[in-house]
Design a protein around this ligand. Structure first.
Ligand code: HEC
Ligand SMILES: [Cu+2]
Length: 306
């Protein structure tokens, strides 16, 4: 694979500069001739002679059409060329990560070991990654401006994007295709680690979670099944179903939740469990009608899954 496809931003920027130059020249010419002819054909005093009136000039008209056509052709070719460069995905792509859009959160599955996580998306640096996109409901669009171009998530269609993140750090992005009430808050948090740290993170996520030998933890665990949370949330890090809501296997290890709009703190989680609609209006999680003791137990349980 050539490296060029990973330089999507460079390709897009180059194309933008060409368009900008051409558009500036045309704007300059139009502005100049508008001003010049307004002056030349300005209103005269009665005794002054009018400049010569021109009615048609086939040569000039045809050359203008030729210039316009060649510009359109040139930019058509440049655009197609740029599109090819940034969309050079192999015939039979083996995606490293599968990202699924949901109203209103992101799901990520790592194909190598089946690890599934939500909202906070971890990647290794220096590696050419192929990401596959799909949607569970409506069209969403992935965009993390600092690391590459946009890609739509369309139900029933697999789209691919190749990215290579050079620098470790945290990159923010958001959904860029209107997808309903909470579209504006469908934030992406991409965390790029060194390859070693990434492997460490993955191993940690896949480890069976330690069960605390505590009343409250056990009560939370038991409520998680008896309150039917399991009908929407998987609690094993490799379970893809049910994916109505985010996989909660490693919930306590995430810094943010609810597509990265809320810090993952005890207070915020309790508020969410008390009344989801109040924290994120229209959210697809119903009010589970929990009492304060149940909320405390579930919170303790989920925050200790890390
Ligand atoms: C009908 C399906 C459904 C049920 C039942 C349900 N949830 Fe949810 N839950 C969701 C959806 C959908 C979201 C994602 C909301 C969003 O971000 O827009 C969610 C989000 C969450 C989150 C935040 C996860 C994250 O990373 O953002 C937690 C924690 C959570 N639910 C806990 C629970 C608990 C505990 C129960 C049981 C008492 C429960 N849920 C029952 C659908 C459900
Ligand atoms: Cu969206």
């Amino acid at each position: 694979m050539e490296d060029i496809q990973f330089n999507q931003l460079g390709t897009i920027k180059e194309l933008f500069i060409y368009f900008l130059i051409a558009a500036s020249i045309i704007l300059g010419l139009v502005a100049f001739f508008t001003a010049y002819y307004s002056w030349k054909y300005r209103k005269r005093k009665d005794d002054e002679q009018e400049p010569e009136q021109i009615h048609d000039n086939k040569k000039l008209e045809f050359s203008l059409i030729a210039v316009a056509l060649s510009l359109v052709t040139l930019f058509f070719v440049l655009t197609i060329n740029g599109m090819n460069k940034i969309q050079d995905i192999p015939e039979d792509p083996h995606p490293d990560i599968l990202i699924t859009g949901h109203q209103w959160w992101w799901e990520a599955e790592y194909s190598e070991d089946g690890l599934i996580t939500a909202n906070e998306i971890h990647v290794p640096t220096g590696k050419e990654l192929i990401i596959q996109f799909n949607s569970d409901d409506v069209i969403h669009s992935w965009w993390v401006p600092a690391i590459g171009r946009k890609m739509d998530l369309v139900p029933g269609v697999d789209n691919y994007l190749s990215v290579k993140v050079e620098k470790e750090g945290i990159y923010w992005g958001s959904c860029s295709e209107f997808c309903g009430a909470q579209h504006g808050w469908m934030r992406i948090r991409l965390i790029a680690h060194s390859p070693e740290d990434f492997e460490r993170w993955k191993r940690r996520q896949l480890e069976p979670k330690q069960r605390l030998d505590e009343e409250l933890f056990k009560k939370g665990e038991q409520l998680f099944s008896s309150k039917a949370c399991t009908s929407c949330h998987a609690i094993s890090p490799t379970a893809s179903i049910p994916a109505v809501g985010p996989n909660l296997a490693n919930f306590g290890s995430r810094k943010y939740f609810l597509s990265n709009i809320k810090l993952n703190t005890e207070i915020n989680l309790k508020a969410w469990l008390r009344d989801p609609g109040k924290v994120k209006s229209s959210a697809k999680m119903p009010d589970m009608l929990l009492d304060e003791d149940q909320i405390a137990a579930l919170t303790h349980y989920l925050e200790n899954l890390k």
